[in-house]
Design a protein around this ligand. Sequence first.
Ligand code: GLN
Length: 309
Amino acid sequence: MKMSSNSVRDCRRHYAGELEKIYGSNEANALIMILLEHYFNINRVKIAMNPDLRLSESELLTLHFAVKELLKNKPVQYVIGEAEFCDMKFFVDENVLIPRPETEELVNQLVSWSVSQFGVNPHPSFRPKRSEVEKSPANISILDIGTGSGCIAVSVAKLLKNSAVTAVDISEKALEVAKKNAQANGVDVRFILDDILNPQNSELIENQYDIIVSNPPYVCESEKREMRANVLEHEPATALFVSDNDPLIFYRKILEFAQKALRPNGEVWFEINERFGKEMRALCLEKGLQNVEIINDFRGRDRVVRVQS
Ligand code: GLN
């Protein structure tokens, strides 16, 4: 198919037509708009106000290569190299998971609870209830296990002003991305390279934390057949999958770690596979932790677990 001209309108129609083959019309149009906005700062309003707006040859080339990547099922966040999370921008590449809306919910719940529990100061952009802000500020220490892009660690560090955040990941390449994200969002996070299934780093092991938070790998290998190609072919498998034989392995190890590392009145917060709410509760009870709450996500599915020490 040839483009009739290099007006934004024609380019949009042309490339949306290409993308429709695998994405369907709504998503194809949304993807084109993301590319136009990201690369050229062109949005719907600009197009409506300048119907004859044109792309230069080099702009067309940029669009052409981005669409080519999308046609290979590459998620748009990897194509443009960034994702939004908690109103912040995060660099992402194929070494880290693309942050999900469920994880934003985890962060919001966690921040809200920390403000009421510890009286830490929230960032001005976070609006907790009045009674929550009136408490006096305290310093709290937070550990994020399996930080990936750093989306949890960085947003928590940003939203809770009096927090000291440490983040650990097994992947050196993920930590590089997470460090960039901490810097770009203007927060200090202490990053540690280690495997939580067999932790060796003395700083990680010897520290005490008020909050341990984790969104570990939790998708069962057997769930692969229900997943889309863009996830399967591009997102890092080590960040996603666990064996069907022991799907809660990370939660069990983290709870064991927490028994030594958590301060009194501290809590562990997890994102979980919606299929395992009951099993997670049973696991916490088995570890002697009575105080367990399971919180539903926006789809009404078991998604967040908070456990008191
Ligand atoms: N929620 C992610 C997904 O469904 C999985 C995240 C994870 O394994 N921790 O793709």
